[in-house]
Write a protein that binds this ligand. Sequence first.
Ligand code: IMP
Ligand code: MG
Length: 173
Amino acid sequence: MTAEKYTVLISKEEIHRRVKELGKQLSSEYAGKEILLICTLKGAVIFASDLARSIKVPCEIGFVKAKSYSGDRSTGSVDISFEDLPDIKGRHIIIAEDIIDTGLTLKKLSEYFLAKEPASMKICAFLDKPSRRKADIKADYIGFEIEDHFVVGYGLDHNEKYRNLPFIAKLEL
Ligand code: IMP
Ligand code: MG
């Protein structure tokens, strides 16, 4: 049952254009190297799979599960679990995140990965809500910067719904 209303904020076409651009940029900046793209589950799964397909250099994909939201609220504490994560040491890793809100998730993830001594580490976030930031963290690559709205679609959910929408929508709660 869908009780909430939503309005489209970023269209499917705009998303595809921007993700292709990001892939092109990464392909040229990582020319001659191999990328280990780490997708944060579940939200970044659609972004990371589109991004991976627009990257033209060799690219391994790994997954990490990070959970800090319940409904439309950040809980403030971040649960992270790792399963079958490839070796990080000496690799060029890019963390693919769906959205940076308070930044607490990425702060924790980046500290974890840096301790494993990658050759380099960059953050590629599909969306950025800079006005909500609590942790001192910045993405190296951003798809779109948005205002402080609760958004769904393209992998982002509200109580596990709407991840399959092909666009980004603002949810009216
Ligand atoms: P942070 O730790 O506060 O930066 O939260 C990041 C995580 O919260 C994201 O990876 C999302 O999974 C979730 N999140 C933050 N804002 C939104 C939103 O507007 N819609 C859906 N999920 C969100
Ligand atoms: Mg996420």
